[in-house]
Write a protein that binds this ligand. Structure first.
Ligand code: EPZ
Length: 421
């Protein structure tokens, strides 16, 4: 397994290009199951999760053509075998459950392994299944698989007790060709949900309200749906990770193609911490300065502070000038990075869903182990400012969501390299 080595202490200076958003590509790949014909997706990043989804779609019988360096992905779902989304794929990538909605909508049946838990929490799919049942599907769970069947899904009024991103996306995909109108209430507002809705409308769907907490989908006939050509939106979490890196290293970085509008909550916190964040012609310039002021952070569903940036901001607060309370309200166990940051000298105490971070003068490099995607990003950030060498192992977690992060950081002046274990 590869490792990443970092010699801390270098300021990041220069420009970095944000890649396409992983969490927008995955539902778009699922949307290709709705139509017979080549769906074309561009600005696709080279990520492990996208490779996993390709394997899943091929397993289901889809044809896939990819020009990886060019970021172009073409998918055709003419025939789909009566295959299941197997456990060995779903357990590595929970987003596999996104095939449920389109498969049952078009092929009347879907079998998907239950995702099981993951490092950051139980991550059930009960709300996905609740919505499909309301749309008239039969749902049976046995031997760790869920089977969903429906001759024809019908429009329904669905209320989400909890804000769920892929739950909103899955039911939107299911509702596109349902009989009648479906409303999703307390729906997720994420930009990735909007990207999916806009793409489905380009395909012939009739969706309104995406980006608000009430989304209405008026069912259309399958014949009205056509494949689309879509360019994926930039990845706001990758952009946010580089913003934090520039801030922590007291750098000066222009983040190109930065989805600034969707990073409002993070920008407010970075500015409170003393970081300069300025919108320019072709990107957002982030300039870090002494001291990093300690700020409190509470993660919330979009447009609140993103849970996917919680580990990264904690690495920054670890070298803040005071006390920071970081509260994680979205996932029940998303503090796996705390133990590793403490091994670098961070002073962090977990109290239920909050972590109390007392800033220290500096961190020291250490051998670390990544546990999940965003935790590994926070360890890289901490390594950038630590004294000495930091070694992060199990970086396959990192490769799920960051395209060659070490190359991008090296181009900004970081002393970083990937070593084959
Ligand atoms: C999406 O996951 C993202 N993944 C996650 O990004 C992100 O952290 C998360 O949304 C929250 O923003 C993709 O979009 C592929 P949820 P998702 O359903 O949809 C509970 C990353 O780092 N819940 O919004 O799986 C759930 O347990 C990944 O890129 C239910 O209880 O998250 C959690 O506590 C990590 N029942 C909360 O809702 C359900 O049926 C939010 O989960 C569904 C969810």
């Amino acid at each position: 397994m590869d490792k990443i080595l970092i010699e801390g202490g270098r300021r990041l200076v220069g420009e970095v290009q944000v890649s396409g958003a992983k969490n927008a590509v995955l539902p778009l790949m699922a949307a290709s199951l709705l139509v017979d014909g080549w769906m074309t997706i561009t600005n696709v990043p080279q990520l492990k999760d996208i490779d996993t989804f390709k394997i899943l779609l091929r397993h289901l019988g889809c044809e896939i053509e990819a020009d990886i360096p060019a970021g172009i992905l073409k998918i055709r779902a003419s025939e789909v075998k009566d295959a299941a989304a197997p456990y060995e794929l779903v357990k590595t990538m929970r987003a596999s459950v996104l095939v449920l909605g389109p498969l049952v909508a078009r092929f009347k049946k879907a079998r998907v392994s239950l995702p099981g838990g993951c490092a950051i929490g139980a991550r059930p799919i009960n709300l996905h299944l609740m919505g499909l049942k309301k749309m008239g599907a039969s749902v049976t769970i046995e031997h760790g698989y869920v089977t969903v069947e429906a001759k024809k899904l019908k429009g329904a009024k669905i209320y989400f007790d909890t804000n769920t991103v892929t739950g909103t996306e899955n039911l939107m995909l299911a509702a596109v060709c349902a009989d009648g109108v479906t409303t999703l209430e307390n729906a997720a507002l994420e930009p990735e949900v909007v990207c999916l809705a806009e793409t489905l409308n380009k395909m012939g769907a009739r969706i309104t309200g995406a980006g608000t907490d009430t989304i209405t989908i008026e069912g259309v006939s399958e014949a009205e749906l056509k494949p689309a050509f879509v360019r994926v939106i930039p990845d706001r979490i990758e952009a946010g990770t580089f913003m934090a890196a520039a801030a922590m290293t007291k750098g000066n970085v222009l983040i190109k193609d930065c989805p600034f509008r969707s990073l409002e909550a993070l920008t407010v916190k970075l500015r409170e911490a003393g970081t300069e964040v300025a919108e320019e012609e072709d990107g957002v310039r982030v300039t870090g300065d002494y001291p990093i002021r300690s700020v409190d952070v509470k993660t919330l569903p979009y447009p609140g502070f993103p849970t996917d940036m919680q580990a990264q901001i904690m690495a920054m607060m670890a070298v803040g000038n005071g006390l920071s309370v970081i509260t994680e309200t979205v996932f029940e166990n998303r503090f796996m990075h705390v133990g590793e940051l403490k091994r670098m000298g961070a002073d962090i105490t977990i109290d239920g869903r909050s972590a109390v971070v007392r800033g220290v003068r500096g961190l020291s490099g250490a051998p670390l182990m990544a546990t999940d995607l965003r935790a590994s990003a926070s360890l890289i950030l901490a390594g950038l400012v630590a004294q000495g060498v930091t070694e992060v192992s199990r970086i396959y977690h990192l490769d799920r969501g960051y395209q060659k992060i070490e190359d991008k950081l090296k181009a900004l002046g970081a002393e970083i390299q990937r070593v084959k274990a």
